[in-house]
Design a protein around this ligand. Structure first.
Ligand SMILES: Nc1ncnc2c1ncn2[C@@H]1O[C@H](COP(=O)(O)OP(=O)(O)OP(=O)(O)O)[C@@H](O)[C@H]1O
Length: 290
């Protein structure tokens, strides 16, 4: 496995905030850590990027540990809070960073164009909007062409257009560079895009699977129909729940269409709701993601 984490634990004083976490991450995957505030996502990321020492456990990226320089060169990090210099322009900030890495295949112009920074490149960092800052932060993290990009809540507070631009470019980079992306989020839509999701609550992984399998287990699509009479003839292969004249069933979209067409003259009204990440979290913990 590309990034392998075994029994990762972090205690602050006597409080365990990350408990025995195991991760197996494939190269090129987009992996999401989904969980509410205080679940331990940032602490986990901080151990993976080597700025916090685990209390216990092992981390290996292609055989390298976070203490090794090679490991640090293979990763790029976008923190929740920016680490760029407010008083320098975007170009100055990025040039300083790029100067640390003499042998790179992509020049600064490549990144300026990719993240549409042309209009703001000579503006001081402090004068940028939240979305513009975030695009520059991501470029800073990618300049040295890492193999893994860590994003700690990458699009919190950003407008939908900026979010879309960021994800469009990151998806291009996944194809071009086989970039692995690991992100923390409470944004359910962001986790929906992931190849693999670790649901974290109170420092523990409470589920880990593809979005498809998580949905299948914890967030099934549901068809609810109001029918004319309780004597309606229903296809035999489903489990129906009755509530007065209302019937509800967990079904796939294609089965839903079949049922609706079979019963079309019996149905007064219906509602079909796709299972989503909210349902997954709710079913696993009994709570909403805050
Ligand atoms: N340096 C520290 N010392 C003591 N406790 C800490 C420290 N850093 C984090 N914690 C605690 O660890 C727990 C997990 O915090 P963490 O920031 O990892 O959660 P999170 O899932 O990233 O939350 P958020 O989504 O709000 O960023 C919290 O209870 C937090 O107060």
């Amino acid at each position: 496995m590309f990034l392998q984490v075994q029994n990762l634990t972090k205690k602050f004083n006597h409080k365990t905030v990350v408990k025995n976490i195991n991760l197996s991450i494939k190269k090129g995957d987009l992996v999401a850590f989904l969980g509410p505030n205080g679940a331990g996502k940032s602490t986990t990321i901080n151990m993976l990027i080597g700025i916090i020492q685990p209390t216990e456990g092992r981390i290996s990226l292609n055989g390298f540990t976070p203490q090794e320089k090679v490991y640090r060169q293979k990763i790029g990090v976008v923190f929740q809070e920016s680490i760029l210099d407010d008083d320098l322009t975007v170009r100055q900030n990025l040039m300083i960073r790029r100067g640390l890495y003499p042998h790179l295949s992509r020049n600064l112009d490549y990144w300026i164009e990719k993240f549409a920074l042309q209009k703001i490149i000579d503006q001081k960092y402090r004068t940028l909007s939240g979305g513009q800052k975030r695009r520059v932060d991501i470029v800073r993290a990618l300049l040295h062409e890492p193999e893994v990009l860590f994003l700690d809540e990458p699009t919190t507070g950003l407008d939908i257009q900026t979010r879309e631009l960021i994800w469009q470019v990151l998806n291009e980079l996944r194809r071009e560079m086989n970039l692995t992306i690991i992100l923390t989020t409470h944004y359910l839509e962001e986790a929906e895009e992931a190849d693999f999701v670790y649901v974290i609550d109170h420092g523990e992984i409470i589920a880990s699977d593809s979005v498809e399998n998580l949905k299948c287990k914890y967030a099934q699509n549901r068809l609810t129909m109001k029918v004319r009479s309780k004597n309606v003839q229903l296809p035999g292969k489903y489990q129906y729940q009755w509530d007065g004249n209302k019937i509800s069933i967990s079904v796939s979209t294609s089965d839903c269409l079949e049922i609706l067409s079979q019963l079309s003259d019996q149905i007064v009204s219906f509602d079909y709701r796709q299972g989503n990440m909210d349902d997954i979290f709710l079913n696993l913990t009994g709570r909403e993601v805050e």
